[in-house]
Every structure is written in C-alpha cells, then in structure tokens.
Design a protein around this ligand. Structure first.
Ligand code: N01
Length: 538
C-alpha cells in the first residue's frame, strides 16, 4: 500500500549519521524502498553545518564512527584523537559513496509537513520543493542540536558589520585577520572557537553569560601502536562501548568522592586531568553528579585549575563558574581556552560583573551601558535542543494532532523513539532517550537497529501499524523525570533543561537511566522480546 503513490516504504528526514545508517538498514538489510530528504546539499548533518573555526569532535575518533562497516573500521585512518569537522565530513562522504547512499537521498530539500492519513495508514510528507509523497513509516533523523538559537537581541538588524551563528558559517570560512571580533557564548562551541579566533583576530571580545567548567581535550596524534591494538580488538571494544553507560570506554569509579582521602582524590583528579577528554566528567567518582558535597570537591579542583591558568586574578574569578554544580551543563573540552584570556588582544565581558548584553548597535554590542565596536559578531549561542528540530517538521498524527501542540509543555514520548497518537513514526535519538548524554553514534546505532528490527518483525507478522500506548508513554515520562530527579542536573540552567530558550518549558530533555545507554539498550531489547510491550500493533 505504501507503493500507492510513490512506491515508498519509508521517508527518512535528515542525512547525517542517523539518516545514513537508517537508509542503509532499511534498503540493504530489509530490502525496503526509502527516501531520505536532506536540507543540506550533501550528507553530514551536524558535520555539514558546523564549520566554525576549531570545530571538532569531543569524542575519541576510534569510537566516533559507524561500527556496522567492519572493513571500514580497519581501513579508515583518523588523523588525530579528535578529528576536525572537515575530516568527519570526509569520512561521511566516503561512507555515502562506498554504500551508494546518495541515490536515495534528495538534497537541498526540507520537509515542511507530515500528516498521518488514518484511512490509508500512510504518512503524507510534504517538502519545500512542492512534493508530496506517501510512505508507511516516517523516521526522523534530524539530530538533536540542529535548530539554531539566535537570540533576539534588540537592534541586530542595524549592525553594519557581519554576523554569523557558529552552525551556519559560510563555506570557505571567515577571515578574521585585522578584524575586531565578538564571540557571544561560552558553551562547548564557544570554548572550541574562541582560542582559534583569538589567534587570527586583531581583537577578540568574549561575551560570557555563564562561566563554564572546562577540561583539557588533549588532542593530538594517536600512537600508531595504540591504533593497531584497537583495530585488532574492535569487536570487544564495540561490545564494551555498547554496554557502557555513555557510549564510550568510560565508567564512573564505584566509590564516593567523600570516602577517598584528600591525597587519593588529588591523585585521581590529576590522572583524569592528564588523560583529558571526558574522563573527569564521565569516569569520576560515582556520586559526583548526585551529591552536592561530592560535586563541590570535584568543582573546587577545576576552580584551582582556572586560577592557575589565568594570570589576572580578577579575570580568573569571572571565569570561575558559580551557581551550578559541575557537570550539569555539557562538559566543554578545551585547548588553551583559559590561557587565551592571558592574551593582550582578548577581553572578557562577563554578564554578571560587567553587565549583560543590552542591544546590538550599528557599530557593535552595548553591554552594561558600554558600547563595544566590532567588524564581526559570532553567535556561539547554541540550539533549541532536541524538541526544536522535531517541532519544526509540522508533524500531525491521528486526528490531526500536531506534535508541536502535544509537546507544548515539554516532550512526551515512549522510550524517546515513539509518540502516542503518532503511529509508525520513529524519532532517532529523540527527546527522553539517552542521545546527547552518550557518544552520539552509539545512541544512533542502537535506535537504528531497534527500529529496523521492529519494522522487520512487523512485516514478518503482517502488521502495518505500530503506536505507543498512552499508558506506556505516561509511565516512561514519569520514569525519565524520576531518574533525573535523583541527580544534580535539574539545578542548572542548561539546554538539557530547555533553559536556554526563552519560554521553553523547563524539563529534562534526554534520558539518564541508571546504566545509561547500555541499560537503555537492554530495556528496549526486552520490550521488543515481549512483542513490543507498551505498543499497540495492528
Ligand atoms: O551551545 P550552548 P553550544 N545572551 O547552548 C550563551 C554540542 N557540541 O553550541 O550558559 C548571551 O551549550 C549561553 O549562555 P548560558 C554539545 O552537546 C558538540 O556551545 O545559557 N549569551 C552559552 O554560554 C554542546 O553542549 C561538539 O547562560 C547567550 C552559549 O551561549 C552543544 O553542542 C562540539 C544567550 C551557548 O552554549 C551546544 O553547544 C561543540 C543570550 N541571549 C558543541 N543565549 C562535539 O564535540 C545563549 N547564550 C560533537
């Protein structure tokens, strides 16, 4: 029946890691006809759009890749511990060519609406090219951080210089040579971009709203012997990573910070600091993210590091986070971030002590009653995370219910992959799934495999409709909220909490279960084994 109009079984929205893998699975594993719509001009998703200076992955490259092409795991050589954006894009282009994915991807095409036709049991999907297609399954692969947040600063339209959001940088980059540049925002993106822009710009002013705890990335070449050893045991690595809490070879230490002696924890903190990357955040003492006092011990270590990196004590104090527990905002990884504020051409404007941004003027930015002149403003101001990209699709389920309306008070999903009232819709790394709290390709592969198995099972049993039950959804939402209630995450004004977007409901967007993505995988598999418990099938 899906073939009634265009012969499509599935429409997939987005051609990043998720959409590419989904297409590969539907087409080459299940033999289905799928079409991918992609707003960009090529594959890559996040790695197509985010070409700001210094953009690179924060996960170790040997686990930030597809695991389903075992030969490619052996063949591909990453140049560094954390590859830069152009290298990841090259990798994804290579995968697309190797698996002939592009023939089923329509680029430069944005999905503008999708309605579930109950009588025909099909999704009718519209695009900005005026097309309408029908398919049994609608699968969103739109990413979690793809709807840009450009704050509505008064006067932005009057600015005579150039301005850019980090995730919409022009191809070929921006030449900052001789320019007076502002960067607004000090999240993971700002922390990557600021040291790089500071090297080129005549003068850089950083507008900080909330100071951030940073840990060194420690990027560099990986010892060829380590690379070879990893290649030799990729199957075991992938098994460990899939079962791990955060989709990486990192596990919290099974001990309280408070039980360790000061000498012991200093040794452990130094070790994690020297390793760099996410160890300090994800492989720290187990109570760091659940106990205020334990958290404070870790935070104090990081504050000392800021004080020792920044020469001017007054600047150091303004760069020290206050008011939110460590690790409750996404951990930025840095390369000389704090040291950048020692440079003569770099100025910090801190909202709390110098005054918040009041307006953008013809010449620059006014903050705390003072006007700063710029040639270029870079907004590293983040995204309408997780729900933003899904709400923008104009999805309507049974009875014409709009997803955007259903989620007016925050997302409601079953497992973060399905929504009651929206049959045959699957949301890869959707809200209330582990997604952004893991190494993304691991969460993506788990969802893609589960969705593929689900569709396969339905076809074998002659079913054409699957929908989460309202009861199962209510229980999942309650579980997500209960799980996070036992942690310190709700104490921060983070994008995890929706707090970065004015008016967005305050609710924890991803899912942090007791065993992270590994435990979530088990739960999803159990649900499948019980005949898709919590779903209605017809
Ligand atoms: O965005 P953010 P990001 N006035 O929302 C500030 C992923 N990522 O693009 O903290 C003034 O974290 C805002 O201030 P505050 C990663 O998951 C991955 O940096 O809200 N300032 C904050 O400082 C990351 O978490 C990689 O008070 C305003 C900044 O702008 C996610 O992307 C690399 C403002 C925004 O920080 C988003 O990171 C980089 C306003 N009106 C990023 N509005 C990888 O490794 C916002 N800010 C794959």
């Amino acid at each position: 029946m899906a073939s009634a109009t265009q012969g499509l079984d599935a429409v997939v929205v987005g051609a990043g890691f998720s959409g590419m893998h989904m297409l590969k699975s539907l087409r080459d594993r299940l033999g289905l006809k799928a079409r991918v719509y992609e707003a960009g001009e090529t594959v890559g998703g996040t790695w197509y759009w985010n070409r700001y200076p210094g953009a690179r992955c924060d996960s170790d490259s040997y686990v930030y890749c597809f695991t389903w092409d075992k030969q490619l795991l052996q063949e591909w050589e990453w140049s560094e511990r954390y590859p830069e954006q152009p290298e990841i894009l090259r990798y994804l282009e290579h995968v697309a060519a190797r698996h002939d994915l592009k023939r089923d991807i329509q680029f430069n095409t944005r999905v503008t609406g999708a309605e579930f036709d109950e009588d025909a049991n099909l999704w009718r999907v519209r695009t900005d090219k005026g097309e309408e297609v029908a398919a049994r399954y609608l699968i969103t692969a739109v990413g979690t951080l793809s709807t840009t947040n450009i704050p509505q600063f008064k006067g932005l339209e009057n600015f005579k210089g150039k301005w850019y959001h980090t995730s919409r940088f022009p191809k070929g980059g921006v030449d900052f040579t001789g320019k007076r540049v502002a960067v607004v925002g000090t999240g993971a993106t700002g922390v990557q971009a600021i040291p790089v822009i500071a090297q080129q710009a005549k003068h850089l002013t950083v507008f900080q709203r909330t100071a951030n705890y940073c840990v060194p990335a420690r990027n560099g070449k990986v010892d060829p012997e380590v690379v070879q050893a990893r290649k030799a045991e990729y199957d075991a690595i992938n098994k460990r990573v899939r079962e791990s809490p955060f989709g990486q070879e990192r596990w919290p230490m099974p001990k309280s910070v408070l039980e360790a002696t000061p000498e012991e924890r200093e040794r452990e903190f130094d070790r994690m600091w020297d390793v760099g990357g996410f160890d300090f955040w994800l492989a720290n003492y187990q109570d760091m993210l659940t106990d205020r006092e334990a958290n404070e011990v870790c935070a104090e270590y990081l504050r000392r590091k800021i004080r020792s990196a920044v020469k001017d004590p007054a600047v150091a104090e303004r760069l020290i986070p206050k008011g939110h527990p460590y690790g409750t905002k996404r951990q930025p990884l840095d390369t000389n971030y704090f040291e950048t504020f020692n440079k003569d051409n770099v100025l910090l404007v801190d909202a709390k002590t110098d005054g918040a941004i009041g307006e953008v003027t013809e010449k620059g930015i006014r903050a705390g009653g003072k006007e700063y002149g710029f040639d270029i403003i870079v907004f590293a101001t983040g995204f309408d995370a997780m729900t933003g990209p899904l709400k923008a699709l104009g999805i309507k389920g049974r009875g014409g219910r709009a997803l955007a309306d259903e989620w007016a008070d925050g997302p409601r999903t079953y497992l973060g992959v399905a929504v009651a009232g929206f049959p045959n819709l699957f949301t890869i790394t959707g809200p209330q799934s582990p997604s952004v709290l893991t190494n993304m390709p691991v969460a993506i592969e788990q969802h893609v495999e589960w969705i593929t198995d689900c569709i396969d099972a339905m076809r074998k049993e002659g079913k054409t409709r699957i929908e989460a039950t309202p009861d199962a959804q209510d229980a999942w939402v309650a579980h997500v909220n209960e799980a996070i209630g036992g942690t310190l995450f709700p104490a921060a004004n983070s994008w995890y909490m929706g707090a970065n977007i004015p008016g967005k409901p305050r609710t924890f967007l991803p899912y942090l279960g007791p065993e992270g993505v590994g435990g979530y995988r088990k739960k999803c598999d159990e649900i499948a084994a019980k005949g898709y418990e919590g779903f209605g099938l017809a």
